[in-house]
Design a protein. Structure first.
Length: 211
């Protein structure tokens, strides 16, 4: 179970779902994400929320997305539009009970990628993790790139050049980054998306703070 779920979600409430989305960019072949994201969602739904929740979400999906939700191949590439369809179905099924459900979806992905949990803050490990995210960005998404900037209070992550985007996906990124901070022992963790492709900014910038 993610630390974000254990603490009852983000302290400032769920990430915003405002803005517009583009599910397929000019070149559909680049609008792809790695199957590991679908595997993480399946794991989260079945283990943390229960098989009944998993099947009720899956039953709402289109046939192709349903197939891949049931049997995700971690190393395969799938359409960005499919991960958004999946997350929207998760939100619809779960947001009454968990208003911050999309943050939890992202947190579950971070949980799978960070096996060791630090009891007290390890800044160096946390920065190294964030820098690895940037270096290996292309292993998870075929589009865009990520720059990490250190700040006095934490870090700033700039996701650039996205031909496809959705507030639904940005909300799960928010939870992913929050969980990354928590697992590295950060206290008073906060993540705010200050700029977003969905609001016309040409970049998604997340401000990370911790102590
Ligand atoms: Zn965004």
């Amino acid at each position: 179970m993610s630390l974000l779920l254990q603490q009852g979600g983000p302290r400032r409430g769920p990430a915003s779902l405002s803005g517009r989305e583009v599910l397929v960019g000019p070149d559909p072949e680049v609008c792809k994400v790695k199957g590991v994201m679908f595997a993480a969602r399946r794991e989260f739904l079945t283990h943390d929320l229960g098989e009944r929740t998993f099947y009720s979400v899956v039953s709402k999906l289109s046939p192709d997305t349903m197939r891949l939700a049931m049997h995700p191949v971690a190393t395969a590439w799938y359409d960005f539009a499919q991960v958004v369809e999946y997350d929207r179905a998760i939100w619809e099924a779960c947001h009454k009970r968990y208003p911050y459900i999309l943050d939890l979806v992202g947190a579950a992905s971070a949980e799978l990628g960070i096996t060791r949990v630090f009891q007290s803050l390890d800044d160096a490990e946390l920065y190294a993790f964030l820098e690895r995210l940037a270096r290996f960005h292309e292993q998870y998404q075929r589009y865009g790139h990520l720059d990490v900037e250190r700040t006095d209070a934490g870090a700033r992550m700039h996701y650039r050049d996205y031909p496809c985007y959705s507030p639904i996906f940005c909300a799960s990124s928010d939870g992913f980054l929050l969980e990354a901070i928590l697992r590295h022992g950060g206290k008073d963790a906060d993540v705010v998306e200050t700029k977003c492709h969905c609001r016309g900014d040409g970049v998604c910038t997340f401000e990370l703070t911790w102590r």
